[in-house]
Design a protein around this ligand. Structure first.
Ligand code: CMP
Length: 136
């Protein structure tokens, strides 16, 4: 049975700044993700705080929100069979130094903060995150 899902992907400020957006979008295409919608936005810190609300209690929350709102980002709705899990596999571990060879974070990530891409971690969160950026 097919299980087409949608997930939210973000190309973070470090990657946009290094002009890697097209290269990263190509990686999604090569891996058979359909980019259903995309836009380039610059968040206010208060938007980033809302987006990363689940991490509110973490020691890195403030820096994380400052970082996500530090420059333009590209947000996309990706669609594929098992898109949530497939995107997480393609991204690799959160910390680029621990990510497997060939993954996006291994290829492009600079550090655990500047790890180039974000992807929803569950189908439920994907719905919430897609709604956050594309509820117009
Ligand atoms: P992301 O998938 O966007 O979700 C939350 C982000 O917090 C994560 O990627 C990392 O870039 C960032 N982060 C910073 N420090 C940590 C940490 N110690 N553990 C997990 N995530 C961290």
């Amino acid at each position: 049975m097919s299980n087409i899902e949608q997930t939210l992907s973000i190309i973070k400020p470090d990657a946009v700044e290094r002009n890697l957006s097209e290269e990263i979008k190509n990686e999604f295409n090569k891996n058979k993700f359909k980019i259903v919608k995309e836009k380039k936005v610059k968040l206010e810190k208060s938007d980033a705080e809302k987006f990363y609300q689940v991490h509110q209690s973490k020691p890195f929350y403030n820096d994380l929100c400052s970082y996500l709102s530090s420059g333009p980002i590209v947000v996309m709705i990706l669609e594929k069979e098992n898109a949530v899990l497939e995107n997480r596999k393609l991204m690799g571990a959160t910390d680029p130094s621990k990510a497997e060879k060939g993954t996006l974070r291994k290829k492009y990530g600079l550090s655990i903060d500047k790890n180039s891409v974000h992807g929803s971690d569950s189908v439920d969160n994907a719905k919430i995150e897609i709604d956050f950026f594309f509820n117009e």
